[in-house]
Ligand binder design. Structure first.
Ligand code: SAM
Length: 162
């Protein structure tokens, strides 16, 4: 497959997963955490499909398109090893959806970040909350949920908090 087709497929799968996760929390009243602002693509999509949700965004730096930067009140700027525990304390039991897209090229670092996110998140989650992620994250108290049709296994991961 050409690299162009590969990128298109990856982004289509990501969009399908974001759309599906928004549907999966439609009955929950809760906030959204977007971990990994990057250039703001997925943040922009989440706010487009969930205009009434509060979305809080995490990144260690701002590199996003100027139109895709959250206001200061919705931005946790800094290393998630420091900012996520603070957010979890602030949002105890109020989070309906977490989208985590912090994968780097470094597999060891990815594993460390995934483990940290998984251990840190549960206190913030409400019953039925979804954790959608680009990396496999074991979140205590959650079970795996199927991906949308057509999204290859292990391209994305869905967990639902029980
Ligand atoms: N979701 C974004 C989008 O659609 O544009 C792409 C996110 S990009 C793949 C990953 C982001 O995670 C980068 O902007 C990087 O700065 C951030 N990141 C990686 N490790 C981090 C950490 N330990 N703390 C905070 N941000 C981190």
């Amino acid at each position: 497959m050409s690299r162009l087709n590969s990128v298109i497929r990856r982004l289509q799968a990501q969009r399908d997963c974001l759309n599906a996760s928004a549907d999966m929390i439609s009955d929950l009243e809760g906030i959204v955490l977007e971990i990994g602002l990057g250039n703001g693509r997925t943040f922009d999509h989440l706010r487009e499909i969930m205009p009434d949700r509060e979305i809080y965004v995490f990144d260690r730096q701002i590199n996003a398109h100027p139109k895709c930067i959250p206001d200061d009140a919705h931005l946790f700027l800094g290393d998630i090893f420091e900012t996520l525990p603070k957010a979890v304390e602030q949002f105890k039991g109020r989070v309906a959806l977490v989208h985590s897209d912090v994968g780097t090229g470094d597999e060891d670092l990815n594993a460390k970040i995934a483990s940290f996110i998984g251990q840190t998140l549960p206190t913030a989650l409400m019953k039925g909350a979804i954790v959608a992620s680009d990396q496999k994250i074991d979140v205590p108290g959650t079970i795996a949920e199927p991906l949308p049709e057509g999204v290859p296994q292990d391209r994305y991961f869905f967990r639902r908090y029980q």
